[in-house]
Design a protein around this ligand. Structure first.
Ligand SMILES: Cc1cc2nc3c(=O)[nH]c(=O)nc-3n(C[C@H](O)[C@H](O)[C@H](O)COP(=O)(O)OP(=O)(O)OC[C@H]3O[C@@H](n4cnc5c(N)ncnc54)[C@H](O)[C@@H]3O)c2cc1C
Length: 271
């Protein structure tokens, strides 16, 4: 079984800024981590490898510094890793990101068929949860999102059975492989890398695929290939609230006052 897991490097903070000139994330001085949802995706891929055998390939699109999330995946037990890095990939929205990731998976698949692709449900910066389904759609793979438990992988009959976490309910689904899974945080508790694992990962040569390797149309990648782009990131401004004092026996007037406000704001209907 060959599993590809997509891991993204994200800012370890919500205080991110967009450079108004380039429309891309300001990275200087910002600490970066592996996207938390992706640590669960890596863990689940490794657990399936432990259970059924096979191989795990980690994949990331990002600046050269994104090498760190791949070395961590290797230290945890991934067998291979590929960094997709080129200025031409920069500033990508989810459409352009899924283009580059899906083309890389297609190349890997041609070389060694891929049975499963794991993605985190969403990232903590873009937070769109769109890339996983976008990659599945482009590859024509079955997509199973919000997965919080994997019951079985049947390689002989090429299907996977999972549980999806819906609002207030669970859904048990059996689906044809190859398939793409997006994992919730509840699916598992990630392991820690061992010291030998870290040392081995630190010395591994890491292939980097630029667009010279991928040969993708510029119009489909990066800022050029992105119909959406983030202009500015800002915290929502809240108007100063009004304090209605109900102390010292004034609770009835406070209640009346509240009631009038609710009518005034059309929250309650006088009719
Ligand atoms: C604050 C903010 C808001 C944004 N809003 C939008 C928007 O509304 N629409 C839009 O199109 N773009 C948006 N973007 C850009 C978007 O973040 C990038 O396109 C990003 O590369 C992918 O989207 P995402 O972070 O939402 O990923 P998600 O769809 O949330 O990611 C899901 C999973 O896909 C995989 N994945 C995602 N990116 C990568 C990667 N680079 N390498 C490897 N695996 C990856 C990971 O497994 C991840 O867990 C926004 C960016 C920021 C910082």
């Amino acid at each position: 079984m060959h599993i590809v897991v997509c891991v993204k490097m994200v800012p370890d903070t919500t205080l991110v800024q967009i450079d108004p000139k380039t429309n891309t994330l300001v990275r200087e001085g910002v600490p970066f981590i592996t996207n938390p949802f992706d640590t669960h995706a890596v863990e689940e891929a490794l657990r399936l490898k432990d259970r059924y055998g096979g191989k795990v390939t980690a994949l990331s699109m990002g600046p050269p510094a994104a090498e760190m999330v791949l070395r961590r995946a290797l230290a945890l037990g991934a067998d291979e890793a590929v960094l997709l890095s080129d200025r031409a990939f920069g500033g990508a929205d989810t459409l352009a990101t899924s283009k580059v990731l899906s083309e890389a998976i297609r190349r890997i698949h041609e070389n060694e068929p891929v049975d499963l692709v794991f993605c985190g449900l969403q990232t903590i910066d873009g937070d769109t949860a769109q890339v996983g389904p976008g990659v599945a759609c482009r590859l024509g793979f079955t997509q199973l999102t919000l997965v919080d438990h994997i019951y079985e992988v049947n390689q002989r009959e090429s299907y996977i059975e999972v549980r999806r976490k819906l609002e207030g309910a669970f859904e048990r689904v059996q689906a044809r492989m190859p398939a793409l899974i997006t994992t919730t945080r509840e699916i598992n508790t990630p392991r820690y890398p061992t010291v030998p694992g870290r040392l081995q990962a630190a010395s591994r040569a890491l292939p980097v695929w630029s667009n010279d390797v991928m040969k993708l149309e510029r119009a489909e990648i990066g800022l050029q290939g992105s119909p959406t782009n983030v202009r500015r990131i800002f915290a929502p401004q809240r108007e100063k609230g009004e304090i209605i004092n109900g102390l010292n026996g004034a609770h009835l007037t406070a209640a009346d006052c509240m009631l009038n406000k609710l009518y005034e704001w059309d929250i309650l209907n006088a009719d």
